[in-house]
Design a binder for this molecule. Structure first.
Ligand code: NAD
Length: 730
């Protein structure tokens, strides 16, 4: 018998080696066909008296990436299609379909023959659940090897036995943390947690796995043996359990503010499951899993953080007409805060970098930033000393524009000053080849106007990074009016080469992400001027799902930057374009009191060593009122709605043209409440009509900035959604 996605070979020792190796795919994933074949394989191993047991390995560089997107899509679509007419039937079908993998793995676990998973490279999601159902796991000691259950990060949880098995194998506290954070483990950690049995060199992986079967590996799991009782904290009603479970609940609330149905269901699933025999526990898990699949959070998160993210990473917005390019040599002008970070990210990707500044010493200082980051990586075991040396060797610090010769792309990150940027471009021009693309990392200057000074506007583009560059995954690629397709393709190929996610936006003041961020900061400032206690504003931000409150965020960005942007907007667009209350607040803080944010240790917070505390002096500027005067739900709504509204405006203006980019960009770029799926998914999730009503009510009370734009009013009237009306051609 042969299979399309697996090779099946039985050795003379009676041990079958099942090699998962899907044709025409670089990565093994679970599809319906894979499940059919795996089912047949399990039955074959179970039923053939000549087979003692089986090793499951991969024929690729990675073990498996988990479930295929199309399979998850199928579940969603089949459910939605049926739910309208026959909700009960649709739920029953969803439960049957979504628990299939769980049943398959359980059959493997209880079929009477031992299975060993031999894992080299990445193993994610369903693949890790398969490995956990096997009777032992052998991992290669390679740095590429990682096992993880990242499902909560996309709004679901491990629903094929993962939650139940992790909690019975690992220390419950470590297990809970792994599941709730969607952690990925290296082989050493997996071994320490009890989720791996052996870690061996890659070359000996199969041998080690076979040897475990040959030595008589028990095909009965501890929890299926007679008299099994969960030990320690895995028994919630033991003294150890009393230590862990109430705290777990509190931690869940603290981390999620109850915004994530999947995290809540996960916790319920393990708590209830641990009190039951395995078969019942798995049914409990399946039910919670099917429930989570019906939530709008799961649908929105899978769409934005899995489907759309992958599509954008694969170049969904890249002009297909231009042949793919691979940047080999990139020039970076300005070795300051941003330039140094960009140089590091570029060199990390194996690209040669010319890092240029006004003088050699400043350029070297920029390169030293890379050395610092690499030292840290070596200390943490994420890079070797020789990899560090190789990366550093790719960065040539320079003060000589002639060194830019041979660059495929040059990115400038000098001071945010039109004259300085123009001068830099003038000096670079004679050294650039005919095909070199020139990019600016400006955060506020329109690309079209900068391009005009550059001579070749078709080859000029914005590549806008976010700080800190090594941690922020989003890059806005900004089109000037005359930017050509080749420049766009080059920029996108570069962004992908350095493993960041590009979104393509059209030129506008603040582009996309910063416009939404500014709206968030403004709302925080105005709340303060209304007398909302500062701590309440910050908590409202985090309860709404933002990573930090607006005041803390402003401290990170720098208050003087907010002040400068406000003044520039006033000068360019007139006094009506800004809010006088915000101007007074920032003037008091920045101009009168020199509170610039974290960078000088004084902003909305005081920074003293590692601790930060809200600055008590804020009360002198605006006297806070009692928090009781401000319903927390309203504060949360204001903080999210103002950003979503700004996103809708950028969409109407054609700054962003694809809802996927608005959504993914908002989560990666400024941490917009991920459970919503992003700024536009947030509106779609509420419904345009309800969102417009909510904003009108906010506008009546708090000001015209909440008044919905015509696009939203139109969508409210017609009942449309962003994804319905502007569905990207997939
Ligand atoms: P920075 O002041 O840290 O660095 C600017 C660097 O440019 C300095 O090293 C300076 O010596 C160098 N420089 C100035 N004039 C030069 C010249 N004529 N020739 C060569 N080098 C010159 O500034 P930064 O924060 O890195 O910002 C740089 C750019 O990135 C700005 O356009 C800024 O708007 C943009 N940006 C900043 C951030 C941020 O968070 N800081 C985020 C996105 C974009």
């Amino acid at each position: 018998m042969s299979y399309a996605d697996f090779r099946f070979e039985t050795g003379e020792d009676g041990i079958a080696v099942v090699t998962w190796d899907m044709p025409d795919r670089s990565m093994n994933v679970f599809t319906m066909e894979v499940m059919d074949e795996l089912e047949a394989i399990v039955e074959r191993v179970a039923g053939d008296p000549d087979i003692r047991g089986a090793v499951i390995a991969s024929g690729k560089d990675a073990f498996s990436g988990g479930a295929d997107i199309t399979m998850i899509h199928r579940l969603f679509h089949a459910y939605r299609a049926k739910a309208a007419g026959d909700p009960d039937g649709a739920r029953r079908e969803l439960l049957a379909e979504s628990s299939r993998m769980s049943r398959l793995f359980r059959r493997l676990e209880t079929c009477g023959k031992p299975f060993v998973a031999a894992i080299h490279g990445v193993s994610m999601g369903g693949a890790t659940e398969l490995a956990l159902a096997a009777h032992a796991r052998v991992l290669s000691d390679d740095r590429a090897t990682r096992i993880g259950l990242p499902e909560v990060k996309i709004g679901i949880f491990p629903g094929a036995g993962g939650t139940q098995r992790v909690m019975r194998m690992a220390d419950p506290q470590a297990g809970l943390q792994m599941l709730l954070k969607g952690e990925t483990l290296d082989p050493g950690r997996a071994l320490a947690m009890g989720l791996a049995d052996r870690v061996v060199p890659r070359a000996g992986l199969l041998e080690a796995a076979r040897a475990m079967i040959a030595a008589g590996l028990d095909p009965v799991k501890p929890w299926d043996a007679k008299g099994y009782r969960p030990k320690g904290a895995a028994n919630p009603f033991s003294p150890a359990g009393f230590q862990v479970w109430p705290a777990a609940n509190a931690l869940y609330r603290k981390e999620t503010f109850d915004n994530y149905p999947a995290a809540r269901a996960l916790l319920q699933s393990v708590f209830e499951g641990l009190q039951l025999p395995m078969d019942l526990a798995l049914r409990v898990e399946s039910r919670y899993f099917a429930h989570v699949l019906q939530t709008k959070e799961a649908e929105a998160m899978i769409r934005s953080l899995f489907v759309s993210l992958q599509a954008l990473n694969k170049g969904a917005r890249r002009p297909a007409s231009v042949p793919k390019s691979e940047p080999r040599r990139v020039g970076i002008i300005g070795a300051g805060f941003m330039g140094a970070g960009i140089a590091h990210a570029t060199a990390q990707a194996g690209i040669e970098v010319v890092l240029l500044d006004r003088d050699r010493a400043t350029a070297e200082k920029g390169k030293a930033h890379s050395a610092d980051l690499l030292d840290k990586a070596v200390r943490r075991g994420r890079a070797t000393a020789s990899e560090k040396d190789a990366t550093l060797a790719r960065i040539a610090a320079s003060a000589d524009y002639a060194d830019l010769a041979g660059c495929d792309l040059v990115v400038e990150a000098v001071f945010e000053d039109r004259a300085v940027k123009a001068e830099v471009m003038r000096q670079a021009a004679p050294h650039l080849g005919a095909g070199t693309v020139f990019a600016s990392n400006t955060s506020t200057l329109p690309i079209t106007s900068l391009a005009a000074g550059a001579g070749r506007p078709a080859d000029f583009i914005g590549i806008h990074f976010f700080s800190p560059v090594d941690r922020m995954m989003l890059v806005e690629v900004i089109l000037g009016r005359e930017t050509g397709a080749r420049a766009l393709a080059t920029a996108m190929d570069y962004v992908r080469a350095i493993r960041k996610t590009p979104i393509v936006v059209n030129d506008s003041r603040g582009f996309y992400a910063n416009r939404c961020v500014m709206a968030y900061l403004l709302e925080g400032h105005l709340m303060l001027t209304e007398g909302v206690p500062a701590a309440m504003i910050e908590n409202a931000g985090r309860m709404a799902g933002m990573p930090v409150g607006p005041l803390a965020l402003n401290d990170e960005v720098a208050l003087d930057l907010a002040w400068k942007i406000l003044q520039a907007a006033k000068a360019d667009l007139g006094p009506a374009a800004i809010d006088p209350a915000q101007e007074r607040l920032l003037e008091e803080l920045v101009v009168r009191r020199e509170r610039l944010g974290r960078k000088n240790g004084r902003g909305f917070y005081d920074y003293d060593g590692r601790e930060k505390r809200l600055w008590p002096g804020l009360a002198e500027i605006v006297a806070p009122r009692s928090g009781d005067a401000f319903p927390i739900g309203e504060l949360k709504r204001r903080l999210l709605a103002t950003q979503a509204l700004e996103a809708a405006r950028t969409f109407e203006e054609g700054v962003v043209t694809d809802p996927r980019e608005a959504d993914v960009g908002s989560i990666l770029g400024f941490g917009f409440a991920p459970f919503t799926g992003g700024t536009l998914s947030y509106i779609d999730g509420i419904g345009a009509a309800a969102f417009v009503d909510m904003c009108d009510a906010l506008a009546d009370r708090f000001g015209e900035r909440f008044r919905p734009n015509p696009l939203l009013r139109g969508m409210a009237a017609s009942g449309e959604t962003f994804y319905g009306r502007f569905a990207p051609a997939v």
